[in-house]
Design a binder for this molecule. Structure first.
Ligand SMILES: [Zn+2]
Length: 188
């Protein structure tokens, strides 16, 4: 099922109804179509069910490999990093960086200015600071040692995604990587 419908769409992992869109996650394609995990592709699940799923890591690995194939096929414009479940694609026309996180299954599209703001924000919350940052339609909030990202669109709350504490350093790495990349390209 490729559309989320309130009170109809069920989680393919637990079988229960998914009460709201923000709890839902549409699972991406994976590299191996013969894998038993392929059954779950393009299915909706609870984000919480996905995070605690025993096949979580295998599914992510396979979806990351699928993205690698997409890169080889030229489905991305200019991949500047492909590592740690991240793919960073630079879009020249819009002068933005698309950060795809295959681990948390989310994509963030930001300018270089916003990359700087987010890099500083993630550094700050690592020290335990309570902080919030609004970047376009995304609100980043430090909660405990995690970061909650809420996508808001004209008062409507869309996705709500939690970046686990274990991924904070990877995010900082990514923001620093983009900053360095951008500086180098300014020199050319
Ligand atoms: Zn579920």
């Amino acid at each position: 099922m490729s559309f989320y419908i309130k009170n109809i769409t069920r989680c393919s992992l637990c079988g229960e109804l998914i009460g709201s869109f923000k709890e839902s996650l549409l699972l991406p394609y994976i590299a191996d179509p013969d894998s038993p995990l392929a059954f779950f592709v393009r299915n909706y699940v609870h984000r919480n069910c996905f995070n605690s799923w025993e096949d979580h890591d295998d599914f992510i690995q396979s979806s990351f490999e699928q993205e690698e194939r997409m890169i080889q096929r030229g489905n991305y414009e200019k991949v500047i990093l492909y590592d740690r479940y991240f793919i960073i694609d630079y879009k020249k026309q819009e002068d933005t960086y698309h950060i795809r996180d295959c681990y948390s299954i989310l994509e963030i599209r930001i300018s270089i200015g916003q990359v700087g703001e987010l890099g500083d924000f993630f550094e700050k919350i690592k020290t335990g600071a309570h902080a919030q940052l609004e970047v376009g339609k995304l609100i980043f909030t430090a909660k405990g040692k995690e970061v909650v990202i809420v996508h808001h669109d004209e008062d409507e709350i869309g996705d709500e995604i939690t970046i686990p504490h274990s991924r904070i350093n990877d995010y900082i790495f990514v923001f620093n990587y983009i900053r360095r990349y951008n500086e180098k390209n300014d020199l050319l």
